[in-house]
Design a protein around this ligand. Sequence first.
Ligand SMILES: CC(=O)CC(=O)SCCNC(=O)CCNC(=O)[C@H](O)C(C)(C)COP(=O)(O)OP(=O)(O)OC[C@H]1O[C@@H](n2cnc3c(N)ncnc32)[C@H](O)[C@@H]1OP(=O)(O)O
Ligand SMILES: NC(=O)C1=CN([C@@H]2O[C@H](COP(=O)(O)OP(=O)(O)OC[C@H]3O[C@@H](n4cnc5c(N)ncnc54)[C@H](OP(=O)(O)O)[C@@H]3O)[C@@H](O)[C@H]2O)C=CC1
Length: 291
Amino acid sequence: MTIEQVGIVGAGQMGNGIAHVFALAGYDVLLNDISQESLDKGIAVITKNLARQVSRDKISQEDMDAALGRVSTTLTLADLGQTDLVIEAATEREAVKNAIFEDLLPHLKPTTILTSNTSSISITRLASRTDRPEKFMGFHFMNPVPIMQLVELIRGIATDEPTYKALVEVVERLGKTSASAEDFPAFIVNRILMPMINEAVYTLYEGVGSVKSIDESMKLGANHPMGPLELADFIGLDTCLAIMNVLHDGLADTKYRPCPLLTKYVEAGWLGRKTKRGFYDYRGETPVPTR
Ligand SMILES: CC(=O)CC(=O)SCCNC(=O)CCNC(=O)[C@H](O)C(C)(C)COP(=O)(O)OP(=O)(O)OC[C@H]1O[C@@H](n2cnc3c(N)ncnc32)[C@H](O)[C@@H]1OP(=O)(O)O
Ligand SMILES: NC(=O)C1=CN([C@@H]2O[C@H](COP(=O)(O)OP(=O)(O)OC[C@H]3O[C@@H](n4cnc5c(N)ncnc54)[C@H](OP(=O)(O)O)[C@@H]3O)[C@@H](O)[C@H]2O)C=CC1
């Protein structure tokens, strides 16, 4: 089937990044969130990131204007009913995602492909709560979406071949690369990345190193572009904890036990960059370690 109109649920860092790359690739995008403030913020971030690409000669001013012209916003989920592809990119909580699908389904065309950008939650289980498990897939973009090359494609137990092929083609049109992952907790990237981040938090918790020494060690000693704690703040500590809980519950192995210090930061509402405090404090000019 031809995909031209794309609906995105959630205008946070992933939703706005996904809207950005689809609009640049020529798709019409309808972005939904629960508050006007989140939608306005999403559009502001897309505008800033497109402008950065113009200033670095990655795209032209005309490309930017055309992309912005292709993004509309709505507070009404039902408005996504006529789109050909829906990408759910709301908060990493299964109940939130199920409620979105329940509200959305009565309005969707029968042919619409339904996807989730979930970082960890079972695609088969999410799909089983919908009227179209064969047209449901995990569509996992990486952060920051305009820069990262990979998109993980996760088939649920019932996903059909035309749906999978349609998403492979979409990824090609976006100029990105897809990797297929089987539907097990946290798929490939987060199955490997998140235990490393959790281990970095244990390293901090047990006093082996400070925030600064842990991040510097992994940047200078392992050539990672960001230290693990800086990356955790970038991803969002609530999302990191949610992924660890899915690994721990889904694989029933104590090696995935979330570090109590990670839980403490989330309980404090120190979620990283998005709340201006996490393993670093971002309220001043330069980030200051909080430990
Ligand atoms: C949790 C999940 O479910 C899955 C995940 O996404 S896990 C997270 C995966 N992501 C990562 O691991 C990111 C690791 N970090 C990095 O790769 C780099 O630090 C980074 C690309 C984010 C920034 O790189 P940097 O060298 O420090 O900064 P900088 O030179 O300013 O930027 C590099 C490029 O990224 C762009 N960029 C930086 N931050 C950006 C942002 N927040 N949004 C969009 N673009 C951004 C810049 O414009 C620049 O683009 P060009 O190369 O096209 O000119
Ligand atoms: N952060 C990352 O690095 C990555 C995250 N992901 C996944 O992408 C998804 C989104 O994560 P991310 O963008 O980081 O999270 P954010 O917290 O930045 O954004 C989530 C957005 O969803 C909104 N939202 C919450 N409930 C609803 C709803 N019922 N309807 C519409 N919008 C809603 C939130 O609104 P409000 O703020 O008002 O609550 C917020 O704007 C998650 O599933 C996450 O696991 C995937 C890859 C990487």
